[in-house]
Design a protein around this ligand. Structure first.
Ligand SMILES: Nc1ncnc2c1ncn2[C@@H]1O[C@H](COP(=O)(O)OP(=O)(O)O)[C@@H](O)[C@H]1O
Ligand SMILES: [Mg+2]
Length: 290
């Protein structure tokens, strides 16, 4: 059964997704464990992703974020745990399995060819297979016009689809990758730290496209170490630390301040503030003896 009812909003001509929290989630991740030799990269990790919602995965370097998404992308096989799509167990034993299940992963390095035109990159690596794009033969004019239209539907104005991808900003490149996943019929979009190499303004651009993909009814997994990027767009927050879960919260269960505190290791940060303080400085407010 579909996770969300999609209807048309005539006024804006956009698809609206009614959030239905009673049906089975698009993806359910249950008790995932992955070890590499003696390193426990993921230990007993669970969360859910719903259609038309964004699940954020937060954690510092080495937390297990990349291992987590590689398991969903079919690159790694979990040692324990299971994945359910639409309530049914699935096994993703290769990246192709994952693609065919409608999971599109956008890696940080993007796998784009800088000197190649935008439209060629848009169609790169998506040679026709079941459920993935309508072309048996390659029609360049059609490919260009589709690229232009799909990007403009996401609110991305490119001057010329023949322009090399290398001339786009980092934020625009991420956006092209997101538009491509949407066009090729992904149901679940996974973004590995799409904003971490970007400045404030460009990060904002990418956050806008995450919201667009969500509003088109996709489930989104957004990996980041920045709670200020995660909180405004997220519906659910999974916090990882050294492979363990610090919690899996719905937005109503956690504030931005709490999320930031958990991420920074609130107590550790306070301790550090003490250690960094000048010896002759007055003690911070609230710390003084009565
Ligand atoms: N292929 C691998 N072989 C051995 N250890 C790995 C492998 N991939 C990840 N790890 C280890 O798993 C832990 C989590 O790494 P990773 O998932 O890349 O974290 P993050 O993306 O949050 O920075 C790290 O200790 C890392 O060294
Ligand atoms: Mg990583």
């Amino acid at each position: 059964m579909a996770d969300a009812d999609i209807t048309f909003d005539d006024q804006h001509g956009v698809r609206q997704v009614e959030r239905d929290t009673d049906s089975a989630p698009l993806l359910e991740i249950q008790n995932l464990t992955k070890t590499f030799g003696s390193v426990i990269s993921l230990s007993d990790i669970s969360t859910t992703v719903r259609a038309g919602q964004v699940t954020c995965v937060l954690g510092d370097n080495g937390a297990g974020k990349s291992t987590f998404i590689k398991t969903l992308a079919g690159v790694h096989q979990p040692d324990h745990g299971q994945l359910l799509m639409d309530g049914q167990p699935v096994s993703l034993s290769s990246p192709r399995d994952s693609l065919e299940a409608g999971i599109a992963t956008v890696y940080q390095d993007l796998a784009m060819v800088a000197l190649m035109a935008i439209w060629r990159n848009f169609f790169l690596g998506s040679e026709p297979t079941k459920g993935w794009g309508p072309f048996k033969r390659f029609d360049a004019d059609k490919a260009k016009s589709i690229t232009r239209k799909e990007l403009s539907d996401m609110g991305i104005d490119i001057r010329d689809p023949d322009q090399p991808v290398g001339t786009l900003s980092g934020g625009e490149r991420q956006s092209v990758a997101i538009a491509r996943a949407v066009y090729f019929g992904a149901r679940l979009l996974i973004l590995d730290e799409p904003t971490s190499a970007l400045g404030v303004k460009q990060a904002g651009v990418v956050l806008k496209y995450i919201v667009q993909a969500r509003d088109r009814g996709l489930g989104v997994i957004f990996i980041t170490h920045n709670p200020h990027h995660a909180y405004p767009v997220g519906d659910r927050f999974l916090l990882l630390k050294r492979g363990r879960s610090l919690g899996d919260f719905a937005k109503s269960e956690i504030t931005l301040a709490e999320l930031t505190g958990l991420m920074a290791g609130g107590a550790e940060l306070q301790q550090l503030a003490h250690e960094l303080q000048r010896p002759d400085a007055p003690a911070p407010q609230g710390d003084r003896a009565p």
